[in-house]
Design a binder for this molecule. Sequence first.
Ligand code: C2E
Ligand code: MG
Ligand code: MG
Ligand code: MG
Length: 277
Amino acid sequence: KAKETGRNAMRFFDPAMQTVVVERAILEAGLRKAIEGSQFLLHYQPQVVENDRITGVEALVRWQHPQRGIVLPADFIPMAEETGLILPLGNWVLETACAQLAQWAIRPELAHLTIAVNISAQQFRKPDFVEKVLAVIHRTGANPNRLKLELTESLLVDNVQDIIQKMAELKIKGIFFSLDDFGTGYSSLSYLKRLPLDQLKIDHTFVRDILYDSNDAAIAGTILALAKSLGLEVIAEGVETAAQRDFLASVGCHAYQGYYFCQPLPIEGFEKFMMTA
Ligand code: C2E
Ligand code: MG
Ligand code: MG
Ligand code: MG
Protein backbone atom coordinates (compact mmCIF):
# COMPACT_ATOMS: atom_id res chain seq x y z
CA LYS A 1 0.00 0.00 0.00
CA ALA A 2 2.75 2.36 1.02
CA LYS A 3 4.61 1.37 -2.09
CA GLU A 4 1.58 2.22 -4.21
CA THR A 5 1.20 5.66 -2.65
CA GLY A 6 4.88 6.16 -3.17
CA ARG A 7 4.51 5.35 -6.80
CA ASN A 8 1.54 7.68 -7.15
CA ALA A 9 3.45 10.42 -5.43
CA MET A 10 6.30 9.83 -7.81
CA ARG A 11 3.91 10.10 -10.70
CA PHE A 12 2.44 13.32 -9.34
CA PHE A 13 5.88 14.83 -9.28
CA ASP A 14 6.82 13.40 -12.65
CA PRO A 15 8.82 16.31 -14.07
CA ALA A 16 7.58 15.68 -17.62
CA MET A 17 3.99 15.79 -16.41
CA GLN A 18 4.66 18.89 -14.40
CA THR A 19 6.15 20.57 -17.46
CA VAL A 20 2.95 19.88 -19.39
CA VAL A 21 0.81 21.36 -16.62
CA VAL A 22 3.01 24.42 -16.33
CA GLU A 23 3.14 24.89 -20.09
CA ARG A 24 -0.63 24.76 -20.31
CA ALA A 25 -0.97 27.31 -17.52
CA ILE A 26 1.50 29.58 -19.27
CA LEU A 27 -0.35 29.19 -22.56
CA GLU A 28 -3.69 30.00 -20.98
CA ALA A 29 -2.34 33.05 -19.15
CA GLY A 30 -0.60 34.16 -22.33
CA LEU A 31 -3.82 33.84 -24.32
CA ARG A 32 -5.73 35.95 -21.81
CA LYS A 33 -3.09 38.64 -22.05
CA ALA A 34 -3.06 38.38 -25.82
CA ILE A 35 -6.79 39.03 -25.99
CA GLU A 36 -6.54 42.05 -23.70
CA GLY A 37 -3.39 43.32 -25.39
CA SER A 38 -4.55 42.78 -28.99
CA GLN A 39 -1.69 40.49 -29.98
CA PHE A 40 -3.70 38.87 -32.74
CA LEU A 41 -3.67 39.56 -36.43
CA LEU A 42 -5.34 38.16 -39.51
CA HIS A 43 -3.66 36.65 -42.49
CA TYR A 44 -5.63 36.48 -45.72
CA GLN A 45 -5.49 33.58 -48.16
CA PRO A 46 -6.93 34.12 -51.65
CA GLN A 47 -9.79 32.03 -52.96
CA VAL A 48 -9.64 31.73 -56.72
CA VAL A 49 -11.83 30.54 -59.54
CA GLU A 50 -10.75 29.34 -62.96
CA ASN A 51 -8.33 31.65 -64.77
CA ASP A 52 -6.83 32.43 -61.38
CA ARG A 53 -9.33 35.18 -60.72
CA ILE A 54 -9.39 36.05 -57.01
CA THR A 55 -12.95 36.29 -55.71
CA GLY A 56 -12.18 36.58 -52.03
CA VAL A 57 -10.05 35.52 -49.11
CA GLU A 58 -10.25 33.40 -46.00
CA ALA A 59 -9.26 35.24 -42.82
CA LEU A 60 -6.90 33.10 -40.72
CA VAL A 61 -5.98 34.22 -37.23
CA ARG A 62 -2.38 34.40 -36.01
CA TRP A 63 -0.98 35.19 -32.59
CA GLN A 64 1.85 37.68 -32.67
CA HIS A 65 3.54 36.37 -29.54
CA PRO A 66 5.97 38.79 -27.85
CA GLN A 67 8.64 36.06 -27.48
CA ARG A 68 7.66 33.25 -29.83
CA GLY A 69 6.80 35.33 -32.91
CA ILE A 70 3.89 34.25 -35.13
CA VAL A 71 1.98 31.33 -33.56
CA LEU A 72 -0.38 29.30 -35.78
CA PRO A 73 -3.97 28.39 -34.79
CA ALA A 74 -3.15 24.71 -34.16
CA ASP A 75 -1.09 25.84 -31.17
CA PHE A 76 -3.69 28.03 -29.49
CA ILE A 77 -7.22 27.48 -30.88
CA PRO A 78 -7.69 24.21 -28.92
CA MET A 79 -6.81 26.03 -25.66
CA ALA A 80 -9.02 28.96 -26.63
CA GLU A 81 -11.88 26.49 -27.19
CA GLU A 82 -11.29 24.78 -23.84
CA THR A 83 -11.21 28.01 -21.85
CA GLY A 84 -14.01 29.84 -23.67
CA LEU A 85 -11.50 32.45 -24.82
CA ILE A 86 -12.57 31.52 -28.35
CA LEU A 87 -15.59 33.81 -27.75
CA PRO A 88 -13.73 37.12 -27.34
CA LEU A 89 -11.15 35.97 -29.91
CA GLY A 90 -13.90 35.06 -32.39
CA ASN A 91 -15.54 38.45 -31.86
CA TRP A 92 -12.25 40.17 -32.57
CA VAL A 93 -11.75 38.16 -35.77
CA LEU A 94 -15.25 38.97 -37.00
CA GLU A 95 -14.92 42.65 -36.15
CA THR A 96 -11.50 42.92 -37.83
CA ALA A 97 -12.64 41.10 -40.97
CA CYS A 98 -15.75 43.28 -41.25
CA ALA A 99 -13.70 46.46 -40.75
CA GLN A 100 -11.44 45.22 -43.57
CA LEU A 101 -14.45 44.66 -45.83
CA ALA A 102 -15.61 48.22 -45.17
CA GLN A 103 -12.15 49.56 -46.09
CA TRP A 104 -12.04 47.54 -49.32
CA ALA A 105 -15.52 48.69 -50.30
CA ILE A 106 -14.17 52.14 -51.23
CA ARG A 107 -11.25 50.74 -53.26
CA PRO A 108 -12.45 49.80 -56.74
CA GLU A 109 -9.84 47.08 -57.29
CA LEU A 110 -10.67 45.38 -53.95
CA ALA A 111 -14.39 46.10 -53.52
CA HIS A 112 -15.52 42.80 -55.10
CA LEU A 113 -13.66 40.64 -52.56
CA THR A 114 -15.45 38.47 -50.04
CA ILE A 115 -13.98 37.54 -46.67
CA ALA A 116 -14.61 34.10 -45.17
CA VAL A 117 -14.47 33.96 -41.37
CA ASN A 118 -14.12 30.73 -39.37
CA ILE A 119 -16.82 30.48 -36.73
CA SER A 120 -16.36 28.03 -33.88
CA ALA A 121 -19.34 25.93 -32.79
CA GLN A 122 -19.20 27.62 -29.37
CA GLN A 123 -19.58 31.03 -30.97
CA PHE A 124 -22.46 29.99 -33.19
CA ARG A 125 -24.19 28.26 -30.27
CA LYS A 126 -24.50 31.47 -28.25
CA PRO A 127 -28.12 32.64 -28.12
CA ASP A 128 -27.05 36.16 -29.14
CA PHE A 129 -24.86 35.05 -32.07
CA VAL A 130 -27.13 36.53 -34.75
CA GLU A 131 -27.50 39.78 -32.86
CA LYS A 132 -23.71 40.01 -32.39
CA VAL A 133 -22.98 39.48 -36.09
CA LEU A 134 -25.57 42.03 -37.16
CA ALA A 135 -24.20 44.54 -34.64
CA VAL A 136 -20.67 44.10 -36.01
CA ILE A 137 -21.89 44.60 -39.57
CA HIS A 138 -23.75 47.71 -38.51
CA ARG A 139 -20.84 49.11 -36.52
CA THR A 140 -18.21 48.53 -39.21
CA GLY A 141 -20.38 49.34 -42.22
CA ALA A 142 -19.39 46.05 -43.91
CA ASN A 143 -21.53 44.84 -46.79
CA PRO A 144 -23.10 41.56 -45.57
CA ASN A 145 -23.07 40.33 -49.19
CA ARG A 146 -19.28 40.15 -48.94
CA LEU A 147 -19.21 38.18 -45.69
CA LYS A 148 -18.98 34.37 -45.62
CA LEU A 149 -19.22 32.40 -42.41
CA GLU A 150 -17.43 29.04 -42.33
CA LEU A 151 -19.13 26.53 -40.06
CA THR A 152 -17.94 23.02 -39.28
CA GLU A 153 -19.77 19.75 -38.94
CA SER A 154 -19.08 19.76 -35.18
CA LEU A 155 -22.01 22.16 -34.95
CA LEU A 156 -24.42 19.53 -36.18
CA VAL A 157 -24.76 17.77 -32.84
CA ASP A 158 -26.92 20.71 -31.80
CA ASN A 159 -30.62 21.24 -32.34
CA VAL A 160 -30.89 21.53 -36.11
CA GLN A 161 -33.98 23.69 -35.93
CA ASP A 162 -32.01 26.23 -33.91
CA ILE A 163 -29.11 26.17 -36.37
CA ILE A 164 -31.45 26.62 -39.32
CA GLN A 165 -33.21 29.53 -37.59
CA LYS A 166 -29.96 31.38 -36.95
CA MET A 167 -28.61 30.75 -40.43
CA ALA A 168 -31.87 31.92 -41.98
CA GLU A 169 -31.81 35.19 -40.04
CA LEU A 170 -28.30 35.91 -41.29
CA LYS A 171 -28.92 34.71 -44.84
CA ILE A 172 -31.79 37.16 -45.17
CA LYS A 173 -29.23 39.93 -44.65
CA GLY A 174 -27.09 38.52 -47.47
CA ILE A 175 -24.51 36.56 -45.48
CA PHE A 176 -23.08 33.49 -47.20
CA PHE A 177 -22.52 30.12 -45.45
CA SER A 178 -19.81 27.57 -46.16
CA LEU A 179 -19.33 24.17 -44.50
CA ASP A 180 -15.61 23.86 -43.74
CA ASP A 181 -13.50 20.67 -43.68
CA PHE A 182 -16.39 18.85 -45.29
CA GLY A 183 -16.18 15.08 -45.10
CA THR A 184 -13.99 14.93 -42.00
CA GLY A 185 -16.87 15.11 -39.52
CA TYR A 186 -20.00 13.08 -39.27
CA SER A 187 -22.81 15.20 -40.61
CA SER A 188 -25.81 13.21 -41.64
CA LEU A 189 -26.96 13.83 -45.17
CA SER A 190 -30.47 14.62 -44.00
CA TYR A 191 -29.08 17.53 -41.92
CA LEU A 192 -27.12 18.73 -44.87
CA LYS A 193 -30.24 18.88 -46.99
CA ARG A 194 -32.06 21.01 -44.42
CA LEU A 195 -29.34 23.58 -43.73
CA PRO A 196 -29.48 26.77 -45.79
CA LEU A 197 -25.85 26.45 -46.90
CA ASP A 198 -24.26 28.02 -49.96
CA GLN A 199 -20.99 26.14 -50.21
CA LEU A 200 -19.13 22.96 -49.23
CA LYS A 201 -15.39 23.15 -48.68
CA ILE A 202 -13.52 19.97 -49.63
CA ASP A 203 -11.01 19.32 -46.85
CA HIS A 204 -7.31 19.46 -47.73
CA THR A 205 -6.83 15.87 -46.50
CA PHE A 206 -8.80 14.68 -49.56
CA VAL A 207 -6.98 17.00 -51.93
CA ARG A 208 -3.46 16.06 -50.82
CA ASP A 209 -3.31 12.63 -52.49
CA ILE A 210 -6.12 13.11 -54.96
CA LEU A 211 -3.91 12.20 -57.92
CA TYR A 212 -2.70 8.91 -56.44
CA ASP A 213 -5.35 7.74 -54.01
CA SER A 214 -8.49 6.58 -55.77
CA ASN A 215 -10.42 6.74 -52.48
CA ASP A 216 -9.68 10.44 -52.11
CA ALA A 217 -10.59 11.05 -55.74
CA ALA A 218 -13.85 9.16 -55.17
CA ILE A 219 -14.64 11.21 -52.05
CA ALA A 220 -14.01 14.48 -53.90
CA GLY A 221 -16.21 13.25 -56.74
CA THR A 222 -18.97 12.31 -54.30
CA ILE A 223 -18.83 15.70 -52.58
CA LEU A 224 -19.09 17.40 -55.98
CA ALA A 225 -22.06 15.24 -57.01
CA LEU A 226 -23.77 15.84 -53.68
CA ALA A 227 -23.20 19.59 -53.91
CA LYS A 228 -24.58 19.64 -57.43
CA SER A 229 -27.75 17.84 -56.45
CA LEU A 230 -28.22 20.15 -53.44
CA GLY A 231 -27.44 23.26 -55.50
CA LEU A 232 -24.34 24.16 -53.51
CA GLU A 233 -21.04 25.65 -54.59
CA VAL A 234 -17.82 23.77 -53.87
CA ILE A 235 -14.34 25.04 -53.07
CA ALA A 236 -11.30 22.81 -52.58
CA GLU A 237 -8.78 23.74 -49.89
CA GLY A 238 -5.11 22.80 -49.69
CA VAL A 239 -4.46 22.90 -53.44
CA GLU A 240 -0.67 22.83 -53.75
CA THR A 241 0.01 21.88 -57.36
CA ALA A 242 -1.23 22.64 -60.86
CA ALA A 243 -1.90 18.91 -61.31
CA GLN A 244 -4.26 18.89 -58.31
CA ARG A 245 -6.02 21.97 -59.65
CA ASP A 246 -6.36 20.42 -63.11
CA PHE A 247 -7.70 17.16 -61.70
CA LEU A 248 -10.24 19.02 -59.56
CA ALA A 249 -11.31 21.06 -62.57
CA SER A 250 -11.73 17.87 -64.61
CA VAL A 251 -14.18 16.51 -62.05
CA GLY A 252 -16.13 19.77 -61.87
CA CYS A 253 -14.53 21.75 -59.04
CA HIS A 254 -13.85 25.31 -60.15
CA ALA A 255 -12.95 27.18 -56.96
CA TYR A 256 -9.74 26.66 -55.05
CA GLN A 257 -7.61 27.78 -52.16
CA GLY A 258 -4.05 26.69 -51.43
CA TYR A 259 -0.34 27.31 -51.55
CA TYR A 260 -0.33 26.71 -55.33
CA PHE A 261 -2.09 30.05 -55.70
CA CYS A 262 -0.92 31.89 -52.62
CA GLN A 263 -0.01 31.44 -48.96
CA PRO A 264 -2.02 33.24 -46.30
CA LEU A 265 -0.56 36.77 -46.28
CA PRO A 266 -0.58 39.73 -43.89
CA ILE A 267 -2.85 42.54 -45.08
CA GLU A 268 -0.10 44.62 -46.74
CA GLY A 269 1.25 41.55 -48.53
CA PHE A 270 -2.19 40.55 -49.73
CA GLU A 271 -3.05 44.01 -51.05
CA LYS A 272 0.29 44.17 -52.86
CA PHE A 273 -0.41 40.71 -54.31
CA MET A 274 -3.76 41.98 -55.61
CA MET A 275 -2.20 45.06 -57.19
CA THR A 276 0.44 43.05 -59.04
CA ALA A 277 -1.67 39.98 -59.85
P1 C2E B 1 -9.21 25.88 -42.02
O1 C2E B 1 -10.32 26.82 -41.78
O2 C2E B 1 -9.52 24.59 -42.70
O3 C2E B 1 -8.11 26.72 -42.80
C1 C2E B 1 -7.29 26.21 -43.79
C2 C2E B 1 -5.92 25.91 -43.26
O4 C2E B 1 -5.14 25.31 -44.31
C3 C2E B 1 -5.13 27.13 -42.82
O5 C2E B 1 -4.30 26.75 -41.73
C4 C2E B 1 -4.28 27.42 -44.06
O6 C2E B 1 -3.11 28.17 -43.78
C5 C2E B 1 -3.94 26.02 -44.46
N1 C2E B 1 -3.55 25.94 -45.88
C6 C2E B 1 -3.75 26.84 -46.85
N2 C2E B 1 -3.29 26.42 -48.05
C7 C2E B 1 -2.76 25.19 -47.83
C8 C2E B 1 -2.12 24.23 -48.68
O7 C2E B 1 -1.96 24.43 -49.88
N3 C2E B 1 -1.72 23.07 -48.09
C9 C2E B 1 -1.91 22.83 -46.77
N4 C2E B 1 -1.47 21.66 -46.28
N5 C2E B 1 -2.52 23.70 -45.93
C10 C2E B 1 -2.95 24.87 -46.46
P2 C2E B 1 -4.13 27.67 -40.46
O8 C2E B 1 -4.13 29.11 -40.86
O9 C2E B 1 -2.99 27.13 -39.69
O10 C2E B 1 -5.49 27.43 -39.69
C11 C2E B 1 -5.79 26.16 -39.20
C12 C2E B 1 -7.21 26.08 -38.70
O11 C2E B 1 -7.40 26.93 -37.57
C13 C2E B 1 -8.24 26.53 -39.71
O12 C2E B 1 -8.48 25.50 -40.63
C14 C2E B 1 -9.41 26.82 -38.80
O13 C2E B 1 -10.09 25.63 -38.47
C15 C2E B 1 -8.73 27.34 -37.56
N6 C2E B 1 -8.80 28.81 -37.57
C16 C2E B 1 -8.03 29.72 -38.20
N7 C2E B 1 -8.46 30.96 -37.96
C17 C2E B 1 -9.53 30.85 -37.15
C18 C2E B 1 -10.43 31.80 -36.54
O14 C2E B 1 -10.35 33.02 -36.73
N8 C2E B 1 -11.43 31.29 -35.74
C19 C2E B 1 -11.57 29.95 -35.54
N9 C2E B 1 -12.58 29.52 -34.76
N10 C2E B 1 -10.77 29.04 -36.10
C20 C2E B 1 -9.75 29.48 -36.90
MG1 MG C 1 -11.79 27.63 -42.76
MG1 MG D 1 -11.01 24.16 -43.96
MG1 MG E 1 -9.21 22.05 -43.06
